[in-house]
Ligand binder design. Structure first.
Ligand SMILES: [Zn+2]
Length: 173
């Protein structure tokens, strides 16, 4: 179901090719979730785009700002942010045959519901981080191993002492 704000009449715009129209809409899209993150209920997605009339259609270009929340993949704390994705679409009058990548204009209006929905789904982080250098829950004990750190710092002296501790307290000794 499309929010009414995302149904846009284009008959005025289409009177002359080259006409432009700025679109700024905030729409509540949540709750919308993928496995790792979601748009919280009540949060609004912000669409900011320009429509331009072609002789046989309308182009849309702009961006969608998506608020999200999710569990940081390293420290597992809840974190949140806003991500912006670019969008670009072409709408044309429905003609015979498949429109393919081109979206339909029907009853002199275009429906941005699926455009915004799909952009928001794509924008949601698959592996959220609370901050770019999040070190994890207890960095001294469980340092985050990435290919870079593993290569740059193969032997951490703290690991050596931890190894000794474990060895000394091993009940099988
Ligand atoms: Zn974190």
């Amino acid at each position: 179901m499309t929010a009414p704000e995302l149904r846009v009449g284009v008959s005025e715009l289409r009177r002359r090719p080259g006409n432009r129209m700025q679109l700024d809409r905030s729409v509540p899209l949540g709750p919308l979730a993928i496995s790792s993150s979601s748009i919280p209920e009540g949060e609004e997605v912000l669409l900011s785009a320009t429509l331009e009339a072609l002789s046989d259609g309308v182009t849309l270009s702009g961006s969608v700002q998506v608020p999200w929340q999710g569990e940081c993949r390293r420290c597992l704390e809840m974190t949140s942010g806003v991500v912006t994705v670019e969008i670009a679409e072409i709408f044309k009058d429905r003609t015979e045959g498949e429109l393919g990548e081109i979206l339909p204009i029907s009853n002199d209006s275009i429906d941005l519901g699926s455009v915004v929905h799909d952009a928001a789904i794509l924008a949601l982080p698959i592996a959220p981080l609370c901050k770019a250098d999040c070190a994890g829950p207890i960095p001294e004990v469980f340092p985050v191993i990435t290919p870079e750190t593993a290569e740059a710092d193969p032997i951490d002296p703290r690991w050596a002492s931890l190894g000794e501790l474990r060895f000394d307290s091993d009940p099988s000794e």
